[in-house]
Design a protein around this ligand. Structure first.
Ligand code: PLP
Length: 383
């Protein structure tokens, strides 16, 4: 049994979540990383590599690729081959390069909104255009509006960017929904850029989009990483799966142009440790996160007018505060100044996020209990 209740002080490590805000009493529950201590195989791999005192140019070993292949097979029933794996220093980099690999300037990329903010920048920063199809909000449980997608698509739309599982609404898409996405992409000849960074943090089965349609897999850039799963965002290591050779070559060319395709000195040994020795830790983590979510949802739904659904995956709670009748700016100020909590603005995820906040549940239960206490106190002060 791992002890996820352990409070591990992160302040003073220049970590973004805790150290980006002055004011000691603020409880940060924003950026998507976890406050848990890493499992022993991971910190031991860091320590072992650090104990060799040269940290120069590095490569990825055969064992690295095998660990990724075995993980995908074991955890996701997903067969991949070594050649399909392209290393990138993060997923957002891959989204950006993916857009450039499959579209030309002026062409359109469709996304479902609200969605992780950088989906937009990955598209617009390189001169492509966004087509946003709003998800349907059924009392906090979001679904895909396939009719709306059909209405919005144009001959100029060339790619679809999918977040699966979905940040921030916490959906783990069903087989039927993923088939709908695959049919839509194939019907309109779209490329798919699929961000599955949250694929291991689920409370029901996640289905890899490549397992839905072999035809679409030939047109898919699938982004995976150990970063959310094992809290390794600071390592900057992602594995992008591109089955189609021509597409892969194009993607690699863009990566090589920027000289960012090689891994740092810690990636090889740390990712091998994560993908070969930490299954049990991850299973226990998911159980802990689910219980955190259930606890928080029960408490939040008892504080009128706040509302939330228990997500099916991720560690992110999407809280509907529209009943408070505040602008995003006012909401953030309320939670920060009246409750001492740092949360994510809903509008970081698009216009559909107006009136929402995102709360990170990847922390010891005691922090969540404290957050609930602070929210109750904030509401009392606001009366
Ligand atoms: C859906 C999604 N994609 C990508 C990222 C960030 O990926 P990276 O840090 O590897 O660029 C996040 C982080 O929150 C995310 O939620």
């Amino acid at each position: 049994m791992y002890n996820f209740d352990k409070q591990y002080n992160r302040r003073g490590t220049e970590c973004t979540k805790w150290d980006a805000f002055e004011g000691k009493d603020l409880l940060p529950m924003w950026i998507a990383d976890m406050d848990f201590e890493a499992p022993a195989p991971i910190y031991e791999a860091f320590e072992k590599r650090a104990s060799h005192h040269v940290y120069a140019y590095s490569m990825l070993s055969k064992q690295y690729y095998q660990a990724v292949i075995d993980w995908m097979q074991r955890r996701h029933n997903f067969h991949i081959e070594k050649d399909w794996i392209v290393f990138t220093p993060g997923v957002v980099v891959a989204l950006t390069l993916g857009v450039q690999a499959v579209t030309e300037p002026g062409e359109e990329v469709m996304i479902l909104s609200p969605v992780y903010g950088p989906f937009r920048g990955a598209t617009t920063a390189c001169g492509r255009k966004l087509v946003e199809s709003p998800l349907i909000n059924n009392n906090g449980y979001y679904t895909i509006d396939f009719e709306d997608m059909e209405k919005r698509i144009t001959p100029n739309t060339k790619a679809f960017m999918l977040c699966s599982p979905h940040n921030p609404v916490g959906r783990v898409w069903t087989e039927e929904e993923l088939k709908g996405i695959a049919d839509f992409c194939l019907k309109h000849n779209l490329y798919l850029i699929a961000d599955e960074i949250h694929n291991d943090l689920v409370f029901k089965d996640h289905i890899v989009i490549n397992n839905i349609s072999g035809d679409l897999a030939e047109r898919t850039i699938l982004c995976t990483a150990p970063s959310k799963t094992f809290n390794l965002a600071g390592l900057q290591a992602s594995n992008i799966i591109i089955k189609n050779e021509e597409l892969r070559t194009k993607f690699k060319q863009l990566l090589n142009n920027l000289h960012i395709g090689s891994a740092n000195a810690f990636v090889d040994s740390v990712v091998i440790a994560a993908y070969t020795k930490c299954d049990e830790w991850l299973d226990e983590l998911n159980a802990y996160l689910k219980a955190n979510m259930e606890y928080f949802a029960k408490e939040i739904n008892a504080i009128a007018p706040l509302k939330m659904c228990v997500p099916e995956g991720t560690y992110l709670a999407w809280v509907d505060c529209r009943g408070m009748n505040m602008t995003t700016k006012e909401l953030t100020a309320f939670f920060k100044e009246k409750c001492g909590l740092v949360l994510n603005n809903g509008t970081f995820f698009g216009a559909e996020g107006e009136g929402f906040v995102r709360v990170n549940m990847a922390c010891p239960r005691a922090y969540i209990e404290e957050a609930v206490k602070r929210i109750r106190g904030g509401f009392a002060k606001n009366k």
